[in-house]
Design a binder for this molecule. Structure first.
Ligand code: ZN
Length: 195
């Protein structure tokens, strides 16, 4: 990275947090390039104690069952992104109610670190659909049913177990005031405050 993505100035090397990093010298800008990161999001959509899974139609792991989800665009709010992925992949309209957990993978060969955030969502409407290309199947399954299924991704079952436990232990309807916690249009979101 040679030029500042915020103001266009030529970047200079600056010692910040113990490492030399490309930094913007322009007064009042303050941009520092901390590295390459990507963000993914997975959705535990719960309906009547069952969770939505999709079956992968594309390699790697074609035929495996997993949570719907995908990458979040860099200019997209993460809640909107994960709800979009659920609609695109499974034809289900669902609404984020809380965070379940996350997986962090530090950058390796390509130098890009990834954070994969798993959300819990409430089913709003729609029946599971698959397109036969990207997805070979889609449906709501109980944990008992998943045990009988072939190739269910470990991260998916871990997430579903955690989501179901958090619903049980909170004793609450898994709804939250999105106006208070997610801040549409304000450019940021807060999570994990309602358990
Ligand atoms: Zn700048």
């Amino acid at each position: 990275m040679e030029y500042c993505p915020k103001c266009g100035s030529e970047l200079e090397s600056k010692l910040e947090g113990g490492r030399d990093r490309p930094a913007c010298p322009a007064e009042g800008c303050g941009f520092i390039h901390f590295g390459n990161f990507s963000i993914g999001a997975g959705a535990v959509v719960i309906r009547d104690g069952k969770a939505l899974l999709i079956q992968r139609g594309i390699e790697p792991n074609r035929g495996a069952w997993q949570l719907p989800g995908g990458y979040i665009e860099s200019d997209e709010e993460i809640i909107a992104g994960v709800e979009r992925e659920v609609l695109e992949e499974a034809g289900i309209k669902a609404r984020v109610s809380d965070v379940v957990g996350f997986r962090h993978a530090p950058g390796r060969g390509d130098g890009q670190a990834n954070i994969y955030v798993v959300f819990r969502l409430d089913h709003i409407e729609g029946e599971p659909q698959h397109d036969g290309v990207e997805t070979l199947g889609a449906g709501f399954f109980s944990l008992d049913e998943m045990e009988e299924m072939d190739k269910v991704q470990t991260l998916s079952t871990w997430s579903i177990q955690r989501a179901l436990i958090s619903i049980r232990e909170s004793g609450l309807r898994p709804d939250l005031n999105r106006e208070g916690v997610n801040m549409p249009g304000r450019g940021w979101s807060l999570f994990g405050l309602n358990i």
